[in-house]
Design a protein around this ligand. Structure first.
Ligand code: MN
Length: 317
């Protein structure tokens, strides 16, 4: 379920206008990833990134029995890291570096694409229970986005209690708990299990933030945020107060505003159309740029970039 971001970016609903204190609540939008409907928090038409976080998909809980679960065949990436985080279920990751890695809840798969990598993700046929997954992308900065691909699996991550929240730190640092996961920019991501009661979460004022609700409903500093909505918070905030009446679950993402406005198309994150054209050609022609993935699933062909047929009528958003 690692993308794609889509072949156009103009099908989203607009984020609401920012309020005076630069806090806004934004609805995720339904998006098809293969046979699965996911709720996409990022990107929106109005906002491409939160820190370097450029893509956030939530596959709501569903029972796999009698359905194929996650069956995403080999496909390429450039210029991003994929962050796979399961709330329930099991998925096997296979990539062109030779990695074959099952992932279960509480574990992190982090793949760095750099110049190019390909991977497949598949629910094992033996798995018959609930699947509940989050897939995120982190845009790579100029300093690493042309570099070598890499893959990391972290079977254990730091877990820290903050008031009525239990936070697992996927990447970066929260209240002094630091993830061992690679990061190329100043950002963090944490999974919050939220119990009833208020919790003050300290933040870096250098970071912008999004808190994406994936279960239940919460209030964040007085703003109600329902499941498959997120609250965006501009830099400058030193604290947010999270409160739930019933148990809830959310992802807290933050980072220094990204250095560039990335051009995102299909499974590629770049800056210029020519870079995406090159990656498209390499994937379609099967050059060695991406390498083979050992998978029983069919390779996913790249669609034609729209500017190659529509010319100037196509605009990046
Ligand atoms: Mn992917």
């Amino acid at each position: 379920m690692s993308g794609p971001v889509g072949t156009q970016l103009d099908d989203g609903i607009d984020a609401r206008a920012a309020t005076a204190d630069d806090v806004e609540v934004v609805d995720s939008r339904p998006s098809k990833v293969g046979p699965t409907t996911v709720l996409r928090a990022l990107p929106t038409r109005a906002r491409r990134t939160v820190g370097p976080w450029c893509f956030v998909d939530h596959a709501p809980p569903h029972v796999v029995d009698g359905s194929p679960g996650m069956q995403v065949g080999p496909h390429p990436h450039i210029g991003l890291q994929t962050v796979t985080w399961l709330l329930a279920g099991e998925v096997v990751h296979r990539d062109s570096l030779g990695s074959e890695q099952p992932i279960r809840p509480g574990q992190l798969n982090l793949m760095t694409a750099g110049f190019g990598v390909a991977h497949a993700e598949q629910t094992p046929s033996s798995y018959r229970d609930e699947l509940h997954a989050l897939q995120l992308w982190v845009a790579q900065p100029e300093s690493t986005r042309h570099g070598q691909p890499a893959f990391e699996h972290h079977s254990e991550l730091p877990i820290v209690d903050i008031g009525a929240c239990t936070a697992t730190v996927l990447v970066g640092e929260l209240v002094g708990a630091a993830s061992p996961a690679r990061r190329d920019t100043d950002h963090f991501g944490a999974d919050l299990v939220i119990r009833p009661g208020p919790t003050a979460i300290p933040l870096s004022t250098e970071h912008e933030h999004a808190i994406v609700v994936v279960g239940g409903r919460i209030s964040v500093s007085g703003h109600p945020v329902n499941v498959d909505q997120h609250l965006y918070v501009a830099p400058g905030r030193a604290e947010l107060t999270v409160e739930a009446d019933e148990p809830a679950r959310a992802l807290l993402l933050g980072g220094v505003p990204f250095e560039a406005r990335p051009l995102m198309w299909w499974n590629f994150v770049a800056r210029e159309r020519a870079e995406i054209d090159d990656a498209y050609e390499a994937w379609q022609s099967g050059t060695g740029r991406f390498g083979p993935v050992e998978s029983s699933l069919d390779i996913i062909p790249a669609p034609l970039p729209p500017w190659r047929t529509a010319g100037e009528s196509w605009r990046e958003r």
